[in-house]
Design a protein around this ligand. Structure first.
Ligand code: TYM
Length: 340
């Protein structure tokens, strides 16, 4: 390799890929664990983001809900800062290469590896009458999503790291069996917010499917609802606003405050040194309301024009499909398929 090549490689922009499933209403957990950072990522890297609609049917979902969830999430991703001119934003099902690569990668994924996925085990327990093959195969489709775009970095919340690890295993196995084909990606979690817990049960993850209970703050909740949820947040019988293992409720609220304001948990603790729990909870609620207000406003504008949204979906899909095809063709050839 000559000096110029070395320099070009060193300067090559990293590629970032991440996705979110339209399985319910996006939550503050989705935002602080992942979406909040996606808008800025395209400044320093080539960024691609997908609404992972194929992943959403592994649990039962009504057709009208799937349609609405996809449009809502697509608009929300723009509202949180993804720039559709600079970044590539698309719906996974609009790029058939995802399903195709997923089938191919199934053959380089061991049954035992997929069986060990915590999310598969958890979801199987929650819906024992719908343990379908799609649920089992879910991380392989996720690997296809990432590997199609030769992503270097996959920004996710903590619960997705195990899936990114499996993706690395599959990529390495394929590269070793044939020749280097896939970039082996790394998962990246934020310092604060990688795991946001439910406000009503701070030992459980804040999840989209938790229903309309007070434990989950949704990105599109009105300010009143957000304040009510924070005011009812479970704390403990102490009075001191300090993060520690035996104070999961307070620790979760401090984490939310720190992540929302881009400060450290220690700085947040200092701010509330002399505050009562009630005052503290109100301030965390207010900070969240203010952080989400511009997102909500932008979202509402975007949702008022369905055609414009549809055009953005088309243009994102065509840019993504072009890149995805390049990788997929390479993979077919390496395996030995006849290409015409
Ligand atoms: P999903 O839709 O469950 O979540 C989207 C992102 O939000 C993060 N997240 C959280 N972070 C902190 N605290 C929480 N309580 C919380 N809940 C969710 C998730 O870690 C995730 O980063 N399988 C993925 C979607 C996907 C994907 C991919 C991600 C499909 N293909 C390829 C990365 C790369 C999922 O269901 O995320």
């Amino acid at each position: 390799m000559n000096e110029q090549n070395v320099q070009q490689n060193a300067e090559k922009r990293k590629r970032v890929f991440s996705a979110i499933k339209p399985s319910g209403n996006p939550t503050l957990g989705n935002y602080l664990g992942a979406m909040k950072y996606w808008g800025d990522m395209g400044k320093a890297a080539d960024a691609l983001f997908a609404v992972a609609d194929l992943h959403a049917i592994t649990v039962a979902i009504e057709p009208k809900d799937l349609r609405e969830n996809c449009k809502r999430l697509f608009a929300l991703l723009i509202a949180v800062g993804i720039d559709t001119e600079r970044d590539i934003l698309f719906l996974q099902s609009h790029v058939p290469a995802h399903a195709e690569l997923s089938w191919l990668l199934n053959n380089y994924t061991m049954f035992g590896e997929a069986s060990r996925m915590t999310q598969f085990k958890d979801k199987s327990k929650k819906a024992p009458d719908n343990i379908n093959v799609g649920l089992f195969d879910y991380p392989v489709l996720m690997a296809a999503d990432i590997l199609l775009y030769q992503a270097d970095i996959v920004p996710v919340g903590e619960d997705q790291l195990q899936h990114v690890e499996l993706c690395r295993t599959i990529a390495n196995r394929f590269n070793n069996r044939y020749s280097p084909t896939f970039t082996v990606p790394v998962g990246k979690v934020p310092t604060y917010g990688a795991r946001i817990y439910s406000l009503s049960d701070p030992t459980a993850k804040m999840g989209k499917s938790e229903g309309e209970g007070d434990g989950t703050v949704f990105l599109l909740d009105t300010p009143d609802v957000i304040m009510r949820k924070f005011k009812r947040a479970v704390t403990d019988c102490d009075t001191c606003v300090k993060a520690s293992e035996d104070k999961p409720g307070i620790t979760n609220l401090l984490t939310i405050y720190a992540a929302v304001n881009d400060i450290t948990v220690e700085q947040a603790e200092k701010e509330f040194e002399h505050s009562s729990y009630a005052e503290f909870k109100t301030r965390v609620g207010e900070a969240t309301v203010e952080a989400l207000r511009p997102i909500r406003e932008k979202y509402e504008k975007l949702r008022s024009d369905d055609n414009a949204l549809c055009e953005l979906m088309k243009s994102g899909a065509s840019k993504a499909a072009y890149l995805a095809r390049k990788t997929l063709e390479k993979v077919y050839k390496k395996i030995g398929f006849v290409r015409i």
